[in-house]
Design a protein around this ligand. Structure first.
Ligand code: FES
Length: 159
């Protein structure tokens, strides 16, 4: 973590009456800067905020919007929680992996895509659900996965 980011996190910590309230904005700041939040970042963050590392790790691991390892330019997250699983969520995940050519947890060689299976995305009523970066997709089907990925490939000039 560079000095500028450390200063921003310290400044952020002073904005809140309880410094632990700054955990999520600080993690979001790290992710925006680095593309993911590493173990070293979390340790450093806990040290400069003077809070237990466990508080930072538990927050970072709970939110699917935060990536704890490097991800692709398009990070595709598929919900594997109960409702989505019952409505073909794993078929969506398998199809996606086959289409992109990587397994869950991997990044394509060109860094364009990565795939994760995640806990509830908050769209249980519209399951199965999928997230591509900050773009939320509901009522997913194999055909809809194809449309989403094909449109990204086209946008990136990969067709
Ligand atoms: S179980 Fe998949 S969005 Fe809630």
């Amino acid at each position: 973590m560079d000095d500028k980011l450390k200063r921003l996190i310290i400044k952020l910590t002073h904005r809140f009456p309880e410094k632990e309230a700054a955990i999520l904005p600080a993690l979001a700041m790290i992710q925006k800067r680095n593309g993911h939040v590493s173990g070293n970042d979390m340790e450093e963050m806990a040290r400069i905020m003077k809070i237990p590392e466990a508080r930072v790790f538990s927050a970072a691991s709970f939110y699917s919007m935060l990536s704890l390892k490097p991800v692709g330019k398009y990070h595709v997250q598929v919900c594997s929680n109960v409702v989505c699983s019952l409505l073909n969520g794993f078929s969506i995940l398998d199809h996606l992996a086959g289409k992109i050519g990587i397994r869950e947890g991997e990044v394509t060689r060109d860094g364009l895509f990565s795939i994760s299976s995640v806990e509830c995305l908050g769209s249980c009523g519209y399951a199965p659900a999928m997230l591509v970066n900050t773009e939320h997709y509901e009522n997913m089907s194999i055909e809809k996965v194809d449309r989403v990925i094909d449109s990204i490939m086209k946008k990136e000039g990969r067709t």
